[in-house]
Ligand binder design. Structure first.
Ligand SMILES: Cc1ncc(C[n+]2csc(CCOP(=O)(O)OP(=O)(O)O)c2C)c(N)n1
Ligand code: SF4
Ligand code: SF4
Length: 460
């Protein structure tokens, strides 16, 4: 661990599975006084940093062990100690590396993600890292869609110029670049090598040829990028929902990650449509009277949108799978990630194990909705089991529920009863939906929304 950057959140100790057989409560990782260990751990960390990073193409990126072997390009953020949002961003940066482009809605993730002049978004030894930018709270989905459209337009112009200059560049190189399989890390690394070779060729030609100069500027767009539209529930469920819906309907290849803390965390915990019934939040001081909006099922209604509801602390394999599937899906993807937060009034050291209780109680069911053109296909996969503990058991550990029981026990009891019914009913609905067959069609000919690609227009 990084001794100068550890915030003492204790989560690593809480989740450490290796327990001593002889010493009670002693694990492979334990909390001890910082001052007694600082010098030794600084030395260890320096040694750790000297170990070469793994070659991405030799690692199974879509597995827990594989993804955790890879260098995080999001590290040491200024979030609260033990924040439930940041581990998802670290994982995202490990799995997709410097090909990631993030459109970040205003909220906690834009503040700890861009507390300039520092930023936790980092670079590898070659100086490359994810590209990140922050937009408004009300238009971030559109902002990310713009990134996608710009990448597509540049990529299509680059392919057009590549074909046009093929007699100078060599037919073999051009064909290899145009037909490259970029679905794996090895395929992407090979494409990067080809593009590096192409840029060397173009550097010679660029002085005399304006089109070669143009292609040189856009050659990097021939390597597949991964666009991620990131924000909190206040953005996704409420203020930015119109734009989010527009982007889901666009059919474009973007990935949306909702870090769901069930309140507007960055401005002090106001209720959003993601806040569950019975929870106390600002603007819901008597406990929220209505149930949580089911954003996942709204998105799934489109049929061609990949949707996953995840909770890393409950099932990290399902989390990694959802990220990999969302990224691979040729169309819009939505991941709704349960993110524990100081606003919930929990012991943050138990954040990850508490996520498991959220799932065990049915409060946060895990699922993946996988669009598929096959007619005999059940797109909804329920990844968590039928609830095994009552909601009350989970909720009693959170001040947002418990405080109402103290101040207004009758109202708390009534809302808790209704909230339990919400859970039972949602589980019943999901179980039935998991049995439904549905097929999804790909986008029609040409780009989504009837746009004509630069490539097609210039060729015409
Ligand atoms: C249109 C607009 N209204 C209000 C704000 C103030 N504001 C900034 S962040 C934020 C809360 C964000 O909440 P959420 O999207 O849930 O993200 P979280 O902080 O929980 O990660 C608000 C209200 C703003 N930036 N823009
Ligand atoms: S998980 Fe928390 S306690 Fe453990 S090393 Fe990281 S910051 Fe420190
Ligand atoms: S307020 Fe919540 S979401 Fe924001 S940084 Fe703190 S723990 Fe994370």
């Amino acid at each position: 661990m990084a001794p100068d950057d550890c915030t003492g959140c204790k989560i690593c100790v809480d989740v450490c599975p290796a327990v001593s057989k002889t010493e009670v409560r002693h694990k492979s990782i334990n909390m001890e006084d910082r001052d007694d260990h600082l010098d030794r751990e600084r030395e260890n960390f320096e040694f750790f940093k000297s170990i070469p990073e793994m070659d991405r193409s030799r690692v199974k990126v879509d597995s827990i062990k594989g993804s955790q072997m890879l260098q995080p390009l999001f590290e040491f953020s200024g979030a609260c100690s033990g924040c439930g949002e940041t581990p998802y961003l670290k994982l995202l940066s490990q799995m997709f590396g410097d090909r990631v482009m993030v459109a970040n809605a205003t909220g906690c993730s834009s503040i700890y993600g861009g507390n300039l002049p520092t930023t936790p978004w980092s670079v590898g030894a070659d100086g490359r890292g994810p590209a990140w930018s922050n937009s408004l709270f009300e238009d971030n989905a559109e902002f990310g869609l713009g990134m996608r459209l710009a990448l597509d337009a540049q990529g299509s112009r680059a392919r057009y110029l590549l074909k046009k200059l093929s007699s100078f560049l060599g037919e073999d190189l051009v064909t290899e670049i145009l037909s490259a399989d970029q679905t794996t890390e090895a395929g992407i690394a090979a494409q990067r090598d080809r593009v590096a070779g192409l840029k060397e060729e173009l550097a010679y030609m660029a002085e005399e040829d304006a089109e070669a100069q143009d292609l040189l500027a856009m050659a990097d767009d021939l390597v597949r990028k991964s666009v991620w539209i990131v924000g909190g529930d206040g953005w996704a469920y409420d203020i930015g929902f119109g734009g989010l819906d527009h982007v889901l309907a666009s059919g474009q290849d973007v990935n949306i990650l909702v870090l769901d803390t069930e309140v507007y965390s960055n401005t002090g915990g106001q209720a959003s449509k993601a806040t569950p019934r019975g929870a106390v939040a600002k603007f819901a001081s008597g406990g929220k009277a209505t149930g949580k909006k089911d954003l996942g099922m709204i998105a799934a209604a489109y049929g061609n949108v990949y949707v996953a509801q995840i909770a890393m602390g409950a099932d990290n394999a399902q989390t990694v799978k959802a990220f990999a599937e969302a990224e691979a899906h040729h169309g819009p993807s939505l991941i709704i990630a349960y993110s524990h937060c100081i606003a919930h009034g929990i012991d943050m050291a138990t954040g990850m194990s508490h996520q498991k209780e959220a799932v065990d109680s049915g409060y946060w069911p895990l699922f993946r909705f996988q669009p598929n053109p096959e007619a005999e296909h059940h797109p909804l996969h329920l990844d968590s089991k039928k609830p095994t503990i009552p909601l009350k058991e989970f909720a009693s550990k959170e001040a947002r529920f418990a405080m109402l029981a103290r101040t207004n026990p009758d109202q708390a009891a009534q809302l808790m009863g209704m909230a339990q019914k919400d859970i039972d009913e949602r589980w019943r609905l999901y179980e039935q939906t998991a049995g439904i067959e549905r097929s999804a069609q790909e986008n029609g000919a040409g780009a989504a929304n009837g746009q004509v690609t630069v490539e097609a227009a210039e060729e015409a």
